[in-house]
Structures are given as C-alpha cells and as structure tokens.
Design a protein around this ligand. Structure first.
Ligand code: ADP
Length: 454
C-alpha cells in the first residue's frame, strides 16, 4: 500500500460511482461512520441485491442543483446524530477519491440540510490510509466552487419536467416558497398562480383557464393551496383546471367537502373513524338536549366557519355551555358541540398524509392556561412517535375525504385516538422544521408518481 496521505479537517473528494465528482467534506475522526446528504431515499431490489436511490444537493446552500444517485445497500444502522437524535440509516458501499487515491468506504445516508457540509468523513473510512492534520484545510487542493457548480449544472438536464401550477394567494408564505423551490429542484417548470387573478371561460367549446391576459395551456398538474376565505372561488378554479385535464393534487370536490366541518365529521363517522362525541342543532329550543347528548359540561363549542382555533370555546359548566350556545345561535352562527377531551391536556397530533402514507407527524401543545394547541395561538410543536392505530386512523380519514394530501389532527383520549379535523392545505413549516423532512419534495414526487406511474 502506498504511503499515508495527509488531509485536513475539510477536503474536496469524489464519489465517482454516485456521479459526484466533487463534494466538499468535513473530516472528523471523532465520528465513527461517514455520512452523505440524501433525501427522497427509496430502496429497490435488482438481481437479488438491494439498492438505494436518493437525491442530493451536492453543493452547500444551493438547492437548485440536484443529482440523482444510486448505490448498493450493505446495511441498515442505528446512528446517533450530533444533535443526539437517533435514526436508522441505509449504509452504502462506494469508492471515494481523495487526492490520487481511491478506495471503498461505507457511507450512511441522511438529510444533512442543517449541517455545514454535504458529507462527513469519519474514522472508519480513513483507516490506516490517512493522517489528519486538524489544523489544516484542503491539503489535497482547493476547487473553484463556480466551476464545480457549472459542472453539476451541465450534467443535470431533465427533459421530462412537468408544467406545474401552484394555485394559491401569497407567494411569500413558507409553504408556497418551499413548493416552488422543490418543484424547480426536481426539474419542473413551476408557476405561481394567484387564485384571485384567474378567470375562466366555462362556456367555450373546450374549457379554458386564463391568467393575466393569457390562456394557461398544457398544464400537467396543479397544487391547490386555498385559504379558507377563498374556498368558493379557489374550488371553482381548481374544477376548471380539472376540466382542462390537469392533475390536481387534491381535487375540488374533496377540498370543498373538507372545508365543511360538519360534513367532514359526518363523512368520517360513516366510515367508522373515531371522533369525539359531537352534536349539532339549529333551533334554540334544543340547547339542553344537545348538551346532554355529548355527556354534559365540560364541553367544547365550535363555530363551523372557524379556523386556527379562533371559533373554539370551552364551556366548563352546563350553565356556561347553555349561554355560549344560545349566544352563538342568536348571531345565526352555525355551531357544533363536542365532548371535551380533558385528558389530552392541551395536546394534539398533526399527521401529514400524502398518497395514503403518513410522511411525518408532530405534536402540538397548547400554551399555559389554554386548551387549544393551534400554533397560531402560541402552541408549541415537537416530535412525536405515533402508534400504528393512529397511523391507520390518519390514513383512513384522508381516504374517507378523498384527499391525496391532508393534515389530519388527532387527539389522544382515554378511549383511544380520535380525529378532530382534516385540513386540505396543511402548512409545511412546522412539519418540515420539526421532522427535518423534505415534505415539499414529497408532494412534488406524488405528482410525478400519479402522472408517470412506474
Ligand atoms: P380549528 O379548525 O379552528 O383549528 P379545531 O377543532 O382543530 O379547530 O380545534 C382547535 C384546537 O382546540 C385543537 O387543536 C385542540 O387542541 C383543541 N380541541 C378541539 N376540540 C377539542 C375537544 N373536543 N377536546 C379537547 N380539545 C379540543
């Protein structure tokens, strides 16, 4: 074997079999295993061997350049990250080029978005081949980052990009920015369409959707992100996109259904999905009866049109409940009355469902002195492990509503998990930040799968 090479605490290396000629890596003998940034990780079998397919942003802080890689899986390993979180990762075996030398190393795949480097080279990979000078950097030479960028840009053309419209109201919202970014990263032509500025010709011999003076043609897919106050028009525009043959990631009928709290609960109930005991009435003479139906106070009164917890009131006594219900009714407001799940202690769980799978879940906990866990009301989100039963309920609830993408809110009661509500435009900020999952890319991927099966 040749002499040991001297490397510094950061070096450029190459992973030729993954199609990655230049990656800036952190060298750390304090870490045992090496790791590489990866997202959209899927395993598959070929000729009896297990492979993994994944995407990587090979250049730090540049999410536009994306490289798809595949590697041979040799193991699955429990790894504790520097933040202390435990994770099970795929391990691949692949050659590394450092300076003039090439040898096989094992690398774990993980999302390193929050880390300073796309790759970490640990001591196992270095073995007896390398000497580290922890004071030095780039002992094997530096690279011009611009040139590296140009290289990746030229190996990256994607010819089968789709034309995807993000149908929403505010391009500055975290979720909308992330969806635009994720679609572009995956090589699609993304366009932000402001719902309000869409107009339609519904009587033309073939239906048309217009936007800012031009007709929108050859639209492959639409991501409707309709805020509650735009439900009526937003659903009409979505429906028009459906009639011109665009695939909608949540169709207009399912969105409209899920916006009606009462209708949603009725649909869930018809599919035997557990929910808190709920009653509904219109005439003021029935107040005492509907209180009795949910088992008396304490109980929760909800405005059907309320969102973000604003129209949700806790009535601690029957007397208070009666006053609140009658007050709402005198304002002609539609309400429902629900048993109060006290044992949840102000916590609920948001499950993010895409295509019949829970891709991430977070727990929300109400601020002190508050029973509503909504983040807009000062609730705090954290990671949570959901039970198989909760997973099943979330999936079935999204299915019952016909939603491909849904945020299903579940509350843990003494009788098991119960569904509180279903959101057809669930926000991405909380779920992505708490779980460090690239949920925006998963949504784009769902469009790809639906439009190009296999
Ligand atoms: P919104 O659509 O306005 O968010 P929700 O029905 O989701 O209304 O209620 C808001 C919050 O209030 C929930 O996230 C949950 O923390 C709490 N909550 C709602 N219903 C109940 C209930 N029946 N028992 C206990 N807490 C509840």
């Amino acid at each position: 074997m040749s002499e040991k090479i001297v490397i510094g605490k950061e070096e450029w290396c190459g992973l030729p079999e993954l199609g990655l000629p230049a990656i800036k890596a952190r060298v750390d003998s304090g870490a045992k295993t090496s790791s590489l940034h990866a997202f959209n990780i899927h395993t598959f079998e070929e000729d009896g061997k297990k492979y993994v397919h994944f995407d990587i942003h090979p250049i730090q802080d540049n999410r536009k350049i994306i490289q798809s890689c595949r590697g041979l899986v040799v193991d699955r390993r429990n790894v504790k990250s520097s933040s202390g979180a435990k994770e099970t990762r795929h391990v691949i075996k692949t050659p590394i080029i450092l300076g003039e030398e090439t040898w096989d190393i094992e690398v774990t795949l993980t999302n390193r978005d929050t880390m300073g480097y796309r790759m970490l080279i640990g001591r196992e990979a270095m073995k007896e081949r390398v000497l580290i000078d922890p004071e030095a950097s780039f002992c094997l030479g530096t690279r011009n980052e611009r040139e590296v960028e140009t290289h990746y840009n030229t190996v990256q053309p994607r010819k089968d990009g789709l034309k995807i419209m993000l149908l929403a109201s505010n391009p500055e919202l975290y979720s909308n920015k992330r969806l635009m970014e994720a679609g572009e990263e995956r090589g699609h032509e993304m366009r932000f369409i402001n719902i309000r500025q869409c107009y339609m010709n519904i009587s033309a011999s073939s239906p048309e959707v217009h936007y800012r003076g031009g007709e929108l043609l050859n639209v492959d897919a639409v991501i409707p992100r309709i805020k509650p106050s735009m439900t009526f028009y937003g659903c009409a525009v979505t429906r028009q996109f459906e009639s011109i043959g665009a695939f909608c990631l949540n169709d207009s009928v399912s969105i409209a259904r899920s916006r009606d709290k009462l209708r949603s609960l009725q649909m869930l109930s018809s599919k035997a999905i557990p929910m808190p005991t709920t009653s509904f009435a219109n005439s003021p003479v029935d107040t005492a009866e509907i209180i009795k139906m949910v088992g008396g106070a304490p109980l929760v009164v909800k405005l059907l049109e309320g969102t973000q917890g604003k129209g949700v009131v806790l009535a601690e006594t029957n007397k208070a409940a009666e006053s609140v219900i009658n007050a709402f009714k005198s304002l002609q407001a539609n309400i429902l009355v629900q048993e109060f799940i006290k044992e949840a202690q102000g916590k609920d769980i948001r499950c993010f469902v895409i295509d019949g799978k829970v891709v991430g879940s977070i727990q929300r906990e109400a601020a002190a002195g508050e029973f509503r866990a909504n983040l807009h009301l000062g609730g705090v989100a954290s990671t949570v492990k959901i039970t198989p039963q909760e997973r099943k309920i979330a999936i079935n609830a999204a299915k019952a509503m016909g939603l491909k993408v849904a945020g299903v809110d579940i509350i843990r009661s003494k009788d098991g998990p119960k569904v509180l509500e279903i959101n057809s435009s669930p926000g991405l900020e909380g779920i992505e930040n708490i779980t460090s999952k690239d949920v925006a890319s998963m949504m784009i991927e769902s469009i790809e799968k639906n439009l190009r099966p296999n």
